[in-house]
Write a protein that binds this ligand. Structure first.
Ligand code: BTN
Length: 273
């Protein structure tokens, strides 16, 4: 099994001119890279400090779920951000990080699209499930766990943890119908080190654009990639048909009573069928 090579990631980060990823810590195994980043942030780690591991023993997803984190196959990466934001600015940043992740995946999947195979293009469509799951062909390829540390009304640090399924070809039974990986989608020739650096570059660029211009520069991508739009959803006690994402990053839901409601955060359940 090939372990993650920290020097190769550093070389790629320099080549790409990434603004995140320094200092860089790469572990063979850890409980959760988000925990590593959080402890480091509490001890004063700077904006951009990144934590990767080849395997996680207690990888965490949103809603307290476990994140499948076997060794040698995927990317488990967490980065410390120190944005100059009020506490209310954290949920839009989660959305923006999801878009950055989707952009890396879109670029990498593009060459795998063979126009000669009708139907394949649709199957490889990359979408963002609000707030930040990356789905391809309706299956989850990657997820983000954002955890903010607040100091009063301001944000002391934001930990952005990304799990990207790169090489896994066989998922546990409870995930196999819902999850996918780059390898299963036909991309099996990109080293994890290169993907890690591309992710750090994209997350850093997106964070800078967001700090400069809020969500406005991301509006087109949000609308283009919105997987929930038109689906029957329930989130935070609000049920109805997803009707897009508003300029503040809230999910819009039109209830059976015709009223449009806005949801700032929560786990979305989607009605099947
Ligand atoms: C989700 O979709 O529920 C979020 C998944 C986030 C998983 C990543 S893997 C790296 C980082 N460390 C963790 O424990 N979780 C995040």
């Amino acid at each position: 099994m090939r372990r993650l090579d920290a020097e190769a990631i550093e070389r790629e980060l320099s080549r790409l001119g990434a603004s995140l990823g320094r200092p860089l810590s790469v572990a063979v195994e850890t409980a959760s890279t988000n925990d590593d980043a959080r402890s480091a942030a509490a001890a004063g780690a700077p904006h951009g400090a990144a934590f990767l591991a080849d395997a996680q023993t207690r990888g965490r997803g949103r809603g307290g779920r476990a994140w499948h984190s076997p060794p040698g196959e995927n990317l488990y990466l967490s980065v410390v951000l120190r944005p100059g934001l009020p506490a209310s600015g954290v949920s839009p940043i989660a959305l923006v990080m999801g878009l950055a992740l989707a952009s890396v995946v879109e670029r990498r999947l593009a060459p795998a699209r063979r126009p000669s195979a009708p139907g394949e293009r649709a199957a490889l469509d990359v979408r963002l499930k609000w707030p930040n799951d990356v789905l391809v062909g309706g299956r989850k390829l990657a997820g983000i766990l954002v955890e903010a540390q607040l100091r009063g009304e301001s944000v002391s640090s934001v930990i952005v943890g990304v799990g990207l399924n790169v090489g896994t070809r066989s998922f546990p039974p409870e995930l196999s119908a819902r999850a996918t990986s780059l390898a299963l989608l036909g991309v099996d020739d990109v080293p994890r080190e290169v993907l890690a650096a591309e992710l750090l570059q994209a997350l850093g660029d997106a964070a800078m654009r967001f700090e400069a211009g809020g969500l406005a520069p991301f509006a087109d991508d949000l609308a283009r990639l919105d997987w929930l739009r038109g689906r029957h959803v329930e989130v935070a006690g609000v049920a109805g048909v997803a009707a897009g994402i508003d300029p503040a990053g809230h999910l819009l839901i039109r209830g059976a009573d015709g009223v449009l409601r806005r949801v700032a955060a929560g786990e979305v359940s989607v009605a099947s069928g």
